[in-house]
Design a protein around this ligand. Sequence first.
Ligand SMILES: NC(=O)c1ccc[n+]([C@@H]2O[C@H](COP(=O)([O-])OP(=O)(O)OC[C@H]3O[C@@H](n4cnc5c(N)ncnc54)[C@H](O)[C@@H]3O)[C@@H](O)[C@H]2O)c1
Length: 383
Amino acid sequence: MAGAEPIRVGIVGLGGIARAQHVPGYLMCDGVEIAALCDLNEAALREVARICGAPRCYADYHEMLAHEGLTAVDVCTWPDMHHPIAMEALARGKHVFCEKPLALTYPLAREMYQASVAAGLKTGVGFTHRQTPAARFAHRIIASGALGAVYHVVAVYASGRSDYQWLPATRRRTRAVTGGGPLFELGPHMVDMVRWWTGEEVTAVCAQTRTYVKQRRLPETGEMVDVDVDDGAVIMADLSGGGTATFINSSVFTGRNFDQRVEVYGSKGSLLYDQATPFELRVCVGQEMLDLWSGYGLYDARYGLHRREEPLPVVPVPTEILDAIPGADQRRLMRTFVPDFVDAIRGRERPHLPTFYDGMRAQEVLDAALLSVAERRWVDLPL
Ligand SMILES: NC(=O)c1ccc[n+]([C@@H]2O[C@H](COP(=O)([O-])OP(=O)(O)OC[C@H]3O[C@@H](n4cnc5c(N)ncnc54)[C@H](O)[C@@H]3O)[C@@H](O)[C@H]2O)c1
């Protein structure tokens, strides 16, 4: 960008998500230099440096932060390192983008948010599903009031592989490193989506978690060890607008590969979102639509009441929504918030960019869910 100071970014953690979304996101931006990379793994450093041309590599993030004169730091490590790296970066005056879950606990996430506010720095969180075109369309429909008051939300985000029970005990499958199982891995995305879509907060939760596979084998020694994170979680939640939400996050939806579906039922209409069809929604808005469909197959005399068709026609995502998502087109989803984060650093308002505030609010719901499980009771928020 002519005339503007270049933005110098350092990325910490160069695994799957850094390579899929963060590095390509910065490479898409004008006037941004990936100035330094940091990872404990030398091969990862070499490989990502080759892809993005970063001139310097570090194994120690303290050193990178001390020596590089960075504008911003992007944290893509496992969750246990999010808080220490982000706090040090903020203390050194860097804007910070951090992957989800923002931290291992709500108090740590709150500290990160408060530090960013106190320092007047920009933040971003990897709630990438806000960049799914159908999710953006759902946000627009709900925010327009077309569905009326939100009564029910049913939000599922789950995965499942048939060999799940045989997967080894790895550090990533421990509470100390990730904070939780699918509750922490997938849950924050859905809590965020419901907050973002409805503009409402979760005001109470009642949750249940299960660890179905209670022991796993350590790959190094073959020893069986106890698993201390959930394999599945269900949360019932009150929303501040008076409706309810149900969240299901699981790793044991066998045969479902990252199954993400959200249904919203309001006083005037409803919508069905499915990540598997990211360029369309099924939407019913208003009594006219219900009347129209009621003459068209809801009732079949041969079978009695028979739901051959539902009044939820498929509506494609408008092209201007698709055009507004950086790097997305009809053949490809490019779910990165990096360009929005860069714009925010340059002082441009980016209304959909999730910030540390959103990361903290999602974390609060997860902590409340764990408390609910531990004490077998409803837990009110704010905590
Ligand atoms: N937004 C999304 O849709 C999405 C998708 C996948 C993962 N994630 C999140 O991204 C984060 C990383 O996940 P991933 O799948 O990329 O993990 P990964 O294991 O592929 O990569 C993590 C990298 O961090 C490095 N690392 C760990 N500790 C470090 C330290 N102290 N200093 C430097 N490097 C360190 C590891 O060596 C590894 O290369 C997690 O928080 C995960 O929840 C988000």
